[in-house]
Design a protein around this ligand. Structure first.
Ligand code: Z57
Length: 791
C-alpha cells in the first residue's frame, strides 16, 4: 500500500513526498484504493456478462453518494492498512479523508436511498447498474448571511474526480423536438436537435469486495465535435443549437425536493438520461441474446419516482420503430421490464407536463402515450387518464407501464392505494406492493460511528455488517450495567467530537452532557421545523420563568437546505437563526439551552451529527412523509425518536417497542378529519396559552427587534392556513418533549432504551429492502460465484 501510494504520487501526480499537499496525498491514496477496486470490479462484470445474468437497472435522477474514500477503503477492508501506510509516510489518514468534497448529486431522501441501494446491490452480489446524470454542479452550497439562506454553486468536478472512468466509446444520439412522419405504416422521427450522451462509470464495490457493480452517469456532448459533416451536412445552426443544449443539459441538478418545477430543461434532462440508459441496456442485451422478445428475462428496470417514467414510451418506441415489433406486444414487453417506485403523496410533487410542451420536446413519444392511453381505455373504460385536461400525467403513465408499483413504507403504500392511485388500484389490484425503505449499515453505522461499531463487534462479532438482524443479540444486554455504560461511552465520544466541531466552526460551546436533539432534513412545511422552533421558544420561556426547576439541559440542532424558490421554507430558516442568536446570548439560560444551525447540511455532516444524537426529531404531519430514512439512521445509532405516526416511524416504533419511542400527534386519519373543521387553527391556538405566548413573542419582534414585522406573514399563515397542523399538534408535542426530559434524567434507563433501539433496527437495513425488490419485483438472485469472483 505504501509503495503504491508513493508510486501514484510520483507517476500519477508528478509529485514527490516532500512537496505534496493533503490533496496530493488524497489523490494518491484514492488511486491506490481504486486499483484494488478494479481488481474486484472487472471479474464481477465479466461474470455477469458470461453468465448472461438478469440485471437490475436502477434509473434515478439523483445519486446522493457523499464522500467515497472511506467507504471504498472500508468495504475493501483496507482502512487499517491505509492508515498504517500513511502513518509511515507521516500522514494522517483522518485528515486526508476529510479533504474529499461531498458528491451531492441529489437533494435528499430519494437520492440518498439510491446510493444506499447501490451499496446493498453490490454487497448482495446482484448484478446491477445505476443510471443517472453526471451533473457538473450538484446541489448548491448553503451560506447564512444575517440568518438568511444564500446559495453558492457547487463545484465538485473542479477537482479531479478520480473514482470515475470515462467511456468515450460508449455514446448514444439523443434526439429532441422536430416532427414525425408516417409512411408504410412506420413512424419516422425527424428531430430538431440532437446531443450525444457519453458514459462515465464509477465502480461500486460491496462488502469485502466480493462483488462490484457500476454507477453509470451520462454527460452530454454536442454532435459538432462528434461528426458534424455527416450528421448535419454542414448545418451550422443545428450544430450550434446542439452545442448550447449539450452545455446546459447536464449543467445543474434541480434543487427541488418533493416539489415540481415544470421546466422544459428538466424534461430534457429526464429524457436525456433515460433514453441513453434504455439504448445502453438494449445494446448490452443484444450482444448476448438474439431475440429482443426475451428482454424481460434479462433486464429489470426500476424507475426511481416518475422522473424516468419516459422509459416506458422510449422502450416502446425502440421496439416498434427500430425493431419492428407490433405496438400491443411492445407495450406488454415493456411492462414486464418496468417497475415504478412512488415516493410521495404530495400533490405538488406529482409530475404533470403540459401536452404542448411534451409534444414539442418529444413528438413521437406523445403519439405513443396516446396509443398506450387508447389501449388502456379500451380494456378499462373507467380508468383514470394519462392525458388529463391538457397534461401528461407521469404518475398514471408510470403506473400503467409498470408490472409492479411500490410504496416506500407500510403506511405510505396503504395511502397510495387509498388516495393517489385508488382508481388504478381497483383496476389492477395486485400491482401495488410495499417495499419499506432501508439504509446501509456499512456507511450509517460501521463507517460513521467507529466507537459504537467497535463495541458492537467486540460484543457480538462482525456478522451484523452484512446481516443486520444479528443486532438483536444486543437486546439481552439492556440489563447489563457494564454494557450500558460502554454504550453511552460511545455516545459520549461522538457528542464530544460534535461539540469540538461546533466550537471550532461556529464558536458555540456545547455541554456534551446536555441532551442533543437533532432535526436534519430538507426544510419543508410538512416536516414542521417550524413546530420545533416554536417548542424551542416555549421551553426557553419556561426556563426563564422557573430558573430553579430541575431542567434537562438541551442542545437543539437543526440542519437542512430550502429550495431556492421556496419562500416559506426560507422564512423558517431565518426564524431559526434569529431565535438561535437571542437564546444563545441569554445569560439566564446559558447552561440550559443552546440552538445550533450549522450551514450547508449534507451527507458528510449527517455522518457527524447522527452518531452524536440523543433525540431524533421525526415530526412531520401524519400522512405526509412517505417513509423517511434519517429516522432509521438515528435509531440505528442509539437515538430515541420523538415522532408522529408517519411514514416508516410507524414500523420503527413497532420494532423498537412502544415504550422506547416518544409518540405524539394526530394520526393520518385525524389529520384529514381535522382539516374539515372550520377554524381549526384558531381554535387550537385559543386553547393553548403557551402557544399564544410564543406566537405573541415572535409577532412583537422579540427575535428581530430591528425589524419587528419580519414574521407577521408566517404567524398570520399559522392562524389562517395552517395546512400542516402545527397549531393542532403543538401542545402534545411540547408535553412529549417534557416526557423526554424526564426520561433523560435517568441515564441507565435511557441507555437501556437507546440500546434497545440499536438492537431492534435489523429490519431497516437496505439489504432487506433490496431482497424484497429482488423477490417481489425484479425476479433476480444473487450471483452464485460471489465468494470466488475476486478472492
Ligand atoms: C424525495 O427526497 C422524496 C420524495 C420525492 O417525491 C422526491 Br421528488 C424527493 C423522499 C420522501 O420525501 C421521503 O419520505 C422518503 O423517505 C424518500 O424520498 C425515499 O423514499
Amino acid at each position: 500500500m505504501k509503495d503504491d501510494i508513493l508510486r501514484h504520487l510520483r507517476y500519477g501526480l508528478g509529485k514527490d513526498a516532500a512537496h505534496s499537499s493533503v490533496y496530493d496525498w488524497r489523490m494518491a491514496l484514492s488511486r491506490a484504493l481504486r486499483d484494488r477496486m478494479v481488481d474486484h470490479w472487472i471479474p464481477s462484470t465479466q461474470a455477469a456478462y458470461t453468465d448472461n445474468s438478469k440485471r437490475v437497472y436502477y434509473l434515478s435522477m439523483e445519486f446522493l453518494i457523499g464522500r467515497l474514500v472511506e467507504d471504498m477503503a472500508s468495504n475493501l477492508g483496507l482502512v487499517e492498512e491505509a492508515r498504517a501506510a500513511l502513518a509511515e509516510l507521516d500522514q494522517d489518514y483522518d485528515v486526508i479523508v476529510k479533504d474529499e468534497p461531498d458528491a451531492a448529486l441529489g437533494n435528499g431522501g430519494l437520492g440518498r436511498l439510491a446510493a444506499c441501494f447501490m451499496d446493498s446491490l453490490a454487497t448482495l452480489a446482484i448484478p446491477a447498474m445505476g443510471y443517472g446524470i453526471r451533473y457538473e454542479h450538484g446541489l448548491f452550497e448553503q451560506d447564512f448571511v444575517e440568518g438568511q439562506q444564500v446559495e453558492r454553486p457547487e463545484t465538485w468536478l473542479q477537482q479531479d474526480h478520480i473514482w470515475e472512468f470515462e467511456r468515450p466509446e460508449v455514446q448514444y444520439m439523443i434526439r429532441f423536438g422536430g416532427h414525425v412522419e408516417h409512411h408504410d405504416g412506420r413512424a419516422h422521427w425527424h428531430p430538431g436537435e440532437t446531443v450525444i450522451a457519453t458514459a462515465f462509470d464509477t465502480p461500486v464495490i460491496g462488502w469485502k469486495g466480493r462483488w462490484g457493480n457500476t454507477l453509470r452517469l451520462w454527460a452530454a456532448l454536442p454532435v459538432k465535435v462528434f461528426d458534424l459533416a455527416s450528421f448535419n451536412r454542414g448545418d451550422y445552426l443545428a450544430a450550434s443549437r446542439s452545442e448550447s443544449l449539450a452545455r446546459t443539459i447536464c449543467r445543474v441538478l434541480y434543487p427541488d425536493d418533493t416539489t415540481e418545477t415544470g421546466k422544459e430543461l428538466r424534461l430534457k434532462q429526464e429524457y436525456f438520461f433515460t433514453a441513453a440508459s434504455i439504448q445502453d441496456l438494449i445494446r448490452r442485451f443484444l450482444t448476448n441474446n438474439a431475440d429482443i422478445r426475451d428482454l424481460a428475462d434479462h433486464a429489470a428496470i426500476q424507475l426511481n419516482d416518475t422522473h424516468p417514467a419516459i422509459a416506458g414510451p422510449e422502450l416502446i418506441r425502440l421496439l416498434v420503430d427500430d425493431h419492428g415489433m407490433a405496438m400491443a406486444e411492445a407495450v406488454t414487453l415493456a411492462r414486464r421490464c418496468l417497475g415504478y417506485t412512488n415516493h410521495t403523496l404530495l400533490p405538488e410533487a406529482l409530475e404533470r407536463w403540459p401536452e404542448w410542451l411534451f409534444g414539442r420536446v418529444l413528438p413521437r413519444h406523445l403519439e405513443i402515450v396516446r396509443e398506450i392511453e387508447a389501449e388502456h381505455q379500451r380494456r378499462f373504460p373507467d380508468s383514470p387518464k394519462i392525458l388529463d385536461s391538457g397534461n401528461v400525467c407521469m404518475g398514471e403513465l408510470a403506473f400503467i407501464m409498470a408490472h409492479k408499483v411500490n410504496g416506500v413504507s407500510a403506511l405510505h403504500t396503504e395511502l397510495v392505494k387509498k388516495t393517489v392511485f385508488a382508481d388504478l388500484h381497483r383496476i389492477h389490484p395486485t400491482r401495488i406492493v410495499n417495499e419499506t425503505n432501508g439504509i446501509t449499515q456499512r456507511r450509517w453505522l460501521h463507517t460513521c460511528n467507529p466507537a459504537l461499531s467497535r463495541l458492537i463487534t467486540d460484543t457480538i462479532g462482525d456478522g451484523w455488517i452484512t446481516d443486520l438482524d444479528q443486532l438483536s443479540r444486543l437486546r439481552a444486554k439492556s440489563g447489563d450495567p457494564a454494557f450500558k455504560e460502554a454504550f453511552m461511552g460511545a455516545k459520549r465520544v461522538n457528542k464530544e467530537r460534535l461539540s469540538n466541531w461546533v466550537n471550532a466552526h461556529m464558536g458555540i460551546a456545547l455541554d456534551p452532557d446536555a441532551m442533543f436533539d437533532v432535526q436534519i432534513k430538507r426544510i419543508h412545511e410538512y416536516k414542521r421545523q417550524l413546530m420545533n422552533v416554536l417548542e424551542t421558544i416555549a421551553l426557553w420561556m419556561d426556563m426563564r420563568a422557573h430558573p430553579n426547576l430541575d431542567w434537562t439541559p438541551r442542545v437543539k440542532i437543526f440542519g437542512g437546505k430550502a429550495a431556492p424558490g421556496y419562500h416559506t421554507a426560507k422564512e423558517i430558516i431565518r426564524l431559526i437563526n434569529d431565535v438561535a442568536e437571542v437564546i444563545n446570548a441569554d445569560p439566564a439560560t446559558k447552561d440550559l439551552l443552546k440552538v445550533v444551525y450549522p450551514p450547508n447540511y449534507n451527507v458528510t455532516m449527517a455522518e457527524v451529527l447522527i452518531p452524536a444524537a440523543d433525540l431524533s426529531e421525526q415530526i412531520s404531519t401524519a400522512g405526509k412523509e412517505a417513509s423517511g430514512t434519517g429516522n432509521m439512521k438515528f435509531a440505528l445509532n442509539g437515538a430515541l425518536t420523538i415522532g408522529t405516526l408517519d411514514g416508516a416511524n410507524v414500523e420503527i416504533r413497532e420494532h423498537v417497542g412502544y415504550e422506547n419511542f416518544f409518540l405524539f400527534g394526530l394520526t393520518a386519519e385525524q389529520v384529514v378529519e381535522r382539516r374539515k373543521t372550520p377554524g381549526y387553527a384558531r381554535a387550537a391556538i385559543g386553547a393553548s396559552p403557551r402557544l399564544q405566548e410564543v406566537l405573541r413573542l415572535i409577532f412583537e419582534g422579540r427575535f428581530c427587534p430591528q425589524d419587528p414585522g419580519r414574521y407577521h406573514g408566517l404567524i398570520g399563515m399559522l392562524y389562517d392556513h395552517d395546512y400542516f397542523l402545527v397549531t393542532c399538534d403543538f401542545d402534545t408535542y411540547f408535553d412529549t418533549q417534557r416526557r423526554a426530559d424526564e426520561a433523560f434524567k435517568h441515564p441507565r434507563n435511557w441507555a437501556a432504551m437507546a440500546l434497545t433501539n440499536t438492537a431492534s433496527m435489523g429490519f431497516f437495513s437496505s439489504d432487506r429492502t433490496i431482497r424484497g425488490y429482488a423477490e417481489d419485483i425484479w425476479q433476480v438472485s444473487s450471483h452464485p460465484g460471489v465468494a470466488e469472483a475476486a478472492e
